[in-house]
Write a protein that binds this ligand. Structure first.
Ligand code: G4P
Length: 287
């Protein structure tokens, strides 16, 4: 399978992020906890240099907890402040607040020395499509959040959300683009649903996922579909089609429908907590 990302409005997106970057103290970068590296655009390091950085490992409710911890350590070792988040769950955003304040402690200290107390930190959220930026902003903003509106002169045309007395958040996230030359990165982005479905062959994609699961999460499919897994992904998909009564007219197995089931179940966490790439290992086991 060959994956391609169509750059589209990439240059415009980059320009907008660079403009917004001038307005903030701290960048909150969302990545998908199941593929923290593949969902992270490496250009961000250049764009956000001189800014405080927080990485949010989002969708950690879908990822494998032991690897999420290893990823946290991996990024911390590289100087980021890291926090684990399930943006769909209410609450749990205090640790984001703490991470932001920790990341900005030098600025807070500098302010304090100048006698400036309690100046809110200005933050922006960035991430590739589908990583959960809108959900995260809604969650962190909560019901109590008030839009502070334009701040004339300084932030013309920009809307800010007052998260609490410590943080003002730019209400439009920066949309990064996934970046890959390596096809295995494209494959992982496709697994989690970050590449447009019409560009994909869902049948082939599911066979790749089944192969990955057999090698790294043996038993996840047999538990879900109550059947025997096989070393042959095609055979496994046929079993799933049978179990789920996926048939086309005439009674033949409908493998595309079964493939769609597998992908949907994986993306919604119904196959268990699964991480697709592991820190320190170039890639997951191949079978
Ligand atoms: P974006 O702005 O970065 O493009 O992402 P968005 O917030 O639209 O989220 C993309 C999908 O990911 C949504 O699912 C959203 O519910 C889901 N999501 C976001 N954060 C989390 C998280 O921490 N955990 C889990 N499990 N899911 C998360 P959707 O199916 O596209 O929409 P919906 O049916 O949930 O509304």
């Amino acid at each position: 399978m060959h994956f391609q990302w169509y750059p589209g409005h990439m240059t415009k997106a980059k320009r907008m992020i660079q403009e917004d970057m001038k307005l903030v103290d701290v960048v909150i970068e969302l990545v998908d906890a199941r593929i923290p590296l593949s969902s992270k655009n490496p250009d961000m390091d250049e764009m956000a240099k001189n800014k405080s950085r927080v990485i949010v490992l989002n969708k950690c409710d879908l990822a494998d907890a032991k690897y999420t911890e290893s990823w946290k350590a991996y990024f911390e070792k590289r100087g980021y402040f890291v926090t684990l988040v399930n943006s769909k769950k209410v609450g749990g955003m205090k640790k984001v607040n703490d991470a932001v304040r920790q990341a900005c402690r030098e600025k807070i200290e500098k302010d304090r020395r100048r006698g400036i107390l309690n100046r809110p930190l200005k933050a922006m959220v960035v991430g590739i499509p589908n990583v959960g930026k809108s959900t995260f902003i809604n969650s962190i903003a909560g019901k109590a959040a008030t839009k502070t509106g334009n701040k004339p002169g300084v932030t013309k045309g920009k809307q800010w959300i007052k998260i609490n007395k410590n943080i003002d958040l730019l209400d439009t996230p920066g949309i990064l683009w996934p970046k890959f030359e390596d096809q295995s990165v494209g494959l992982k982005l496709a697994f989690i649903g970050s590449i447009r479905e019409e560009l994909l062959n869902i049948y082939e994609l599911s066979l790749e996922l089944i192969r990955f699961l057999r090698a790294n999460y043996k038993g996840s499919l047999s538990t879900r579909y109550n059947m025997e897994e096989s070393d042959d992904p095609m055979e496994t998909l046929c079993c799933i089609a049978q179990k789920r009564a996926c048939r086309i007219k005439g009674g033949e197995l409908d493998l595309n429908k079964a493939a769609a089931f597998v992908m949907d179940d994986f993306r919604n966490g119904r196959l268990g907590n699964i991480t697709l790439e592991f820190p320190g290992i170039s890639d997951a086991k191949e079978k």
